[in-house]
Design a protein around this ligand. Structure first.
Ligand SMILES: [Fe+2]
Length: 190
């Protein structure tokens, strides 16, 4: 998290288009990944006395359609059709899908924790080039900064309710998803 924040700088238009392109691909899939994790969780009957599948479903719903924000921003920048996936984007999504279907599907919350706590720490001018702000091609980031204040609180509250076993395993998922997300961000602007 600290490493991610330290590396923030204002992007050039070219980098910003690349960044939004990878965010588009990420946002397109994250809803179904959250649902998949919730379904695996319910299927494995992990639900007793826990609110994790509800949180995952509710969160999936909240993230639905956000790729359209990125698409519209790209459109305003004259950057459609959407470019291809980076390898790092595929790697992040692949790992999320594996975890969502695996024995510890709540591990995907390791990624949620990073993403949701990250967005509210940035200012729009820290990242988005002025030319993009001037034509309102900053909706994806601007809306996330706002909505993720609530998401950050929700995910942090959810993690606090983890049983001892989950608390023990969670640092592992936090660590792998921090690394994958960091690599995803770094590669997204190259
Ligand atoms: Fe969010």
């Amino acid at each position: 998290m600290e490493r991610i924040v330290q590396q923030i700088r204002r992007l050039t238009i070219d980098e910003y288009i690349k960044y939004l392109t990878q965010q588009y691909h990420f946002a397109l899939h994250i809803e179904s990944i959250m649902r998949l994790a919730a379904e695996t969780y319910i299927k494995n009957q992990y639900t007793f006395g826990e609110d994790i599948p509800n949180f995952l479903m509710h969160h999936a719903q909240d993230e639905a359609g956000h790729h359209i924000w990125a698409y519209n921003d790209l459109n305003k920048l004259g950057a459609t059709p959407i470019g291809p996936y980076n390898l790092a984007t595929s790697e992040l999504l692949d790992k999320l899908i594996i975890v969502a279907q695996g024995s510890f599907p709540w591990g995907v919350l390791g990624l949620s924790e990073i993403v949701e706590n990250f967005a509210p720490t940035i200012e729009i001018e820290d990242i988005v080039p002025q030319e993009a702000i001037d034509i309102n091609a900053d909706t994806f980031i601007r809306r996330h900064i706002k909505v993720d204040v609530r998401h950050a609180k929700e995910i942090n509250d959810c993690i606090k309710t983890f049983s001892e076993g989950k608390k023990m395993h969670f640092p592992y998922y936090r660590q792998i998803f921090t690394q994958l997300y960091q690599t995803f961000l770094e590669n997204s602007i190259q």
